[in-house]
Design a protein around this ligand. Structure first.
Ligand code: C2E
Ligand code: MG
Ligand code: MG
Length: 758
């Protein structure tokens, strides 16, 4: 059971002083000592007392006994060697004491020592037998002495000698018996503990290791360790688990050790160990601190649970994922839906559910077979995943039903609905592409039901039911379309799509027009105008940009729309350059982030300038802070290219966004426009006044002109002027005017100076 002594550090521990035990070495030393002592004693007697050679008989006998014992020991008969040594000395002493004075001989006092050695080295029974025998002989010797049968010289209280001797023998035998018993008991306990874990250790189906607590050195591992983790016992001994890189996560090791030290044990601790070949293995560790011959050690059973883990994951996959598409199944969807709902309520945003059903799936399945149907479902799943963000969930409920959950939408119902609608369209477009199902190319379309959730707590089944109902409405509306569950939302989305259709038409028919609003210096001189877009709509009247610009941005219509605005503005610039009263005017054109971020933007602007013949020096582009949220370097590069051609830049609605002053310095700007929100309450709200003041100071320090927009009253203008503002735009001077009206204004006396309206 115990491993070979040589290669086990455990054995080394067992021989430490803490666990002293009789050994053959001890016996060997005893024999040599006795032999040397007896020989020297005998020699001294023969040399110095040549007239009493009989006195050398004792040491001579003892030396012979010792020699004989040494011989037996060499033969490997250690037990007999001990018996012979003790018994021989006992006999030799008996002979010597009979010759030299019986019970009164000085040598007689060595008997307790012999009894002790016998007890300790042979058995307590041997000690008792020796004690009894010696006592009996002592009594015989006393009688013999009294009868004068001995050579001993008389003298002294004989009976008292004998009594004392016998008491000492009995005491010695009792003491050695007690000591041996206690020692055996201790040894037995130790042996039992060792036996217990040895049995478990060696026969355990798993690798285990033992490490000394203080140093973390491994002192033994069983053979299974090599099988499971590739490290042989020899390679591991005296190294630490860290030395061999066993633990994948040092953090886990610390945590495990802390638990172990705190509680004395750590059960079923799951972690990952590295096999010698680099493979990762999941292990479950059960460890406890044990005392091994007085030293604190860790005994750890490591069960390789890699296969079990894999099976668990497999079970998890089967339980929560659809085997055909690999998408989450209904159960996982419900779980995530519950979490999403809580998150929505906490963060005050909304989420959406899109319920999809393929329109002609049954027909395809019936005509081409289930395997083709399966292929189609897999491709649909993949396309759905590609349409949404990573955080969103695409799940398959079964059959041809899919549910997409969009999380983290706007907290505003209309905006969230628009976001969901945008994704729905993207999905419809993606699923309407034909499918390559060898050898067929098939076409399929979905009907999509949409609902929002997250405004309140409800049963997760509810939004699914709503989206399902809405999907049926989409089917009823002719398939290959989407429907909102909420009729108001549906109406809203309907209106949106009508607006989009109309905007497209208006763009094609070039119905969009520019209005112009004056930009006035503090002297009252008009130096420029801002071009503001208007959409004259047959039913809706003049539609303001706030209504259709966001829609144009979402649908991508902003691109042709932006080009149209630039084109009109530049054409106007070119025309005005021919007219002395207008030639000095700059035209500011608003550029939306989506438009600016396009790679072609710079080329487009330059092309328009070229085409219209407008002077780049008179064109000013208004960008907003939202453009500066990401890719600032790209923005700066584009600005610099245009700037080099003479185009100017204004930062619109300044103070509302996230501008970091650090990159404001790097932008090649000409003008900061204080947002009208701060101007509106300038006279009432001290915070707004402070912000306006700050923008003015900032502009001055950066060498930029500061223009206040939305200036409606003379008081506002005066406060701003007092604060150092250089230019103004607002109803105080003029509303945005259609071209004809604006040109009329320029014919007024006093132009290019204007008076504020009273
Ligand atoms: P913006 O660039 O900040 O334009 C200023 C807005 O303030 C304009 O609204 C203007 O009519 C309004 N306004 C001017 N003076 C006053 C005033 O004294 N009081 C008040 N209450 N309002 C004043 P509008 O024309 O409705 O334009 C709204 C926004 O639409 C613009 O804000 C701009 O961001 C955007 N926009 C307008 N035209 C275009 C365009 O051609 N392209 C792009 N991308 N966006 C445009
Ligand atoms: Mg503007
Ligand atoms: Mg503005």
């Amino acid at each position: 059971m115990t491993p070979p002594a040589q290669d086990s550090a455990l054995n080394e521990l067992a021989h430490s002083p803490a666990s002293w035990q009789p050994t053959l070495t001890f016996l060997r030393y005893a024999i040599v000592t006795i032999l040397t002592g007896a020989t020297l004693y005998g020699a001294i007697i023969l040399i110095f007392l040549p007239d009493q050679p009989t006195r050398a008989i004792g040491p001579g006998l003892i030396a012979m006994v010792a020699l004989l014992s040494a011989y037996l020991l060499r033969q490997g008969r250690s037990h007999e060697a001990i018996l012979l040594l003790a018994g021989g000395i006992w006999l030799a002493m008996m002979v010597a004491s009979v010759v030299f004075g019986g019970v009164r001989s000085t040598i007689y006092y060595a008997y307790p020592l012999v009894i002790f050695v016998l007890g300790w080295m042979v058995s307590s029974r041997a000690a008792i037998v020796a004690a009894v025998l010696t006592s009996v002989l002592t009594i015989v010797l006393v009688i013999a002495d009294a009868a004068d049968w001995l050579f001993a010289e008389p003298g002294g209280p004989l009976a008292l000698y004998a009594f004392v001797q016998i008491v000492v023998y009995i005491l010695t035998a009792a003491m050695v018996t007690y000591l041996v018993r206690a020692y055996r008991r201790q040894l037995e306990e130790l042996r039992q503990t060792e036996l217990k874990f040895r049995t478990a250790f060696a026969s355990s189906p798993v690798a285990a290791s033992i490490a000394t607590l203080a140093e973390g050195r491994l002192i033994d591992v069983n053979d299974n360790f090599e099988r499971d983790f590739g490290w042989s016992k020899r390679e591991l001994l005296s190294r630490t688990a860290m030395d061999v890189g066993l633990w994948l996560e040092a953090r886990h090791r610390t945590e495990w050790a802390e638990t172990l030290i705190r509680h004395g044990r750590a059960l079923n601790y799951e972690t990952v160990w590295r096999h010698r070949n680099g493979n990762l293995r999941n292990v479950s560790l059960s460890s406890e601190i044990i005392q091994l011959n007085g030293v604190s050690c860790i005994l750890a059973y490591a069960t390789d649970v890699t296969e079990r883990k894999a099976a668990e994951q497999q079970i998890h996959r089967l339980a929560f994922y659809d085997p055909l598409t690999g998408l989450p199944n209904r159960r996982l969807l419900m779980d995530r839906l519950g979490h999403a709902m809580v998150a929505c309520i906490r963060h005050r945003h909304l989420s959406a559910l899109l319920f999809l059903d393929l329109d002609n799936f049954k027909a395809l399945n019936d005509t081409h077979g289930h395997d083709k149907g399966d292929l189609l479902l897999q491709q649909v799943g993949a396309r759905l995943v590609s349409c949404v963000r990573e955080d969103d969930t695409v799940s398959r409920l079964g059959g041809d039903e899919f549910v997409v959950m969009l999380e983290g939408l706007s907290g505003n119902t209309e905006d969230a609905a628009a976001q969901a609608e945008t994704v729905a369209r993207k999905i419809m477009a993606a699923l309407n592409q034909s499918y390559d199902i060898q050898p067929l190319r098939v076409h399929s379309s979905p009907s999509v039901g949409i609902t929002l959730f997250g405004a309140e707590h409800e049963n997760p089944e509810e939004p699914i039911k709503r989206a399902d109902l809405a999907m049926y409405q989409a089917k009823g509306a002719g398939r290959n379309t989407s429907r909102f569950f909420d009729p108001r939302m549906q109406a809203m989305m309907h209106e949106r799509s009508e607006l989009e259709r109309d905007l497209r038409l208006a763009l094609q028919r070039r119905e969009l027009v520019l209005y112009y609003q004056l930009q006035v210096q503090r002297s009252g001189r008009v130096t420029g105008v801002e071009a503001l877009l208007r959409w004259p709509h047959a039913q809706r009247g003049l539609v303001p940009p706030g209504t259709f610009i966001p829609l144009a941005e979402e649908t991508g219509l902003i691109v042709p729309l932006g080009v149209e605005v630039l084109e009109q503005a530049c054409r106007q610039l070119a025309l005005w350059s021919q007219r002395p009263e207008m030639a000095h005017l700059t035209v500011s054109v608003n550029v939306s982030p989506r438009q600016f971020q396009r790679e072609e933007f710079v080329a487009e602007v330059l092309a328009v300038l070229q085409r219209t013949g407008a002077s780049a020096q008179r064109l000013k582009l208004e960008i907003t802070e939202s453009l500066l949220i990401d890719h600032v370097d790209d923005v700066i590069t584009k600005m610099e290219v245009l700037k080099a051609q003479g185009v100017g830049f204004a930062l619109d609605d300044f103070g509302t966004g996230y501008s970091s002053l650090s990159y404001l310095k790097r932008l090649p700007l000409d003008q900061l426009k204080i947002d009208q929100g701060f101007v509106r309450d300038l006279l009432i709200d001290p915070d707004d006044a402070a912000i306006a003041r700050m923008v003015i100071v900032l502009g001055q320090s950066l060498g930029l002109e500061v223009l206040a927009e939305g200036v409606e009253t003379l008081e506002q203008q005066q406060v701003l002027q007092f604060q150092g503002c250089q230019a103004y735009q607002g109803y105080l001077y003029s509303r945005p005017l259609p071209l004809a009206q604006f040109e009329e204004l320029a014919q007024q006396p006093g132009w290019p100076f204007v008076q504020p309206a009273a």
